[in-house]
Write a protein that binds this ligand. Structure first.
Ligand SMILES: [Zn+2]
Ligand SMILES: [Zn+2]
Length: 137
């Protein structure tokens, strides 16, 4: 990943530590999650593939081969998007997983964003209490 310098950084000023706003480069105040772009996901897969190859290379041949499980799928990978206090989306939207196109806060859409976030996972229904025996109600 290449870091673009903050536009308001003075010459000689060390770059801000930690995550920065995707729109202006200021210190991030909020974050939400989005899906990986096709390129990011391909890189993620390649990294995972390399990790597994390395593990297999180092594995003891006397032992059964390590079980890595299935490769990650796009549906289970997210990456954070950061926004400063001025470029924050609203809290409800930040609780959702955004599309892969939603890579940075868009000042013209705030406090919304340019994508339609995925719907929130369905809350678990409250368990229905078992009926009470006669005389207990
Ligand atoms: Zn910002
Ligand atoms: Zn979005």
């Amino acid at each position: 990943m290449t870091e673009t310098p903050a536009p308001d950084a003075l010459p000689g000023t060390p770059p801000l530590a930690g995550p920065t706003c995707g729109a202006c480069g200021a210190r991030a105040a909020v974050q939400w999650q989005r899906r990986l772009t096709d390129t990011e996901f391909a890189a993620h897969l390649a990294l995972e593939e390399a990790r597994r190859v390395e593990r297999l290379r180092l594995a003891d041949p006397q032992e059964p081969p390590p079980d890595f499980g299935p490769m990650p799928t796009p549906g289970e990978c997210v990456t954070p998007v950061f926004g400063c206090a001025a470029h924050a989306i609203n809290k409800d939207a930040a609780a959702l997983v955004h599309q892969k196109t939603c890579t940075a806060p868009d000042p013209t859409h705030l406090p919304g964003c340019t994508c339609t976030p995925e719907p929130a996972p369905k809350p678990e229904p409250d368990p229905v209490p078992a009926p009470l025996p006669p005389g207990w109600g």
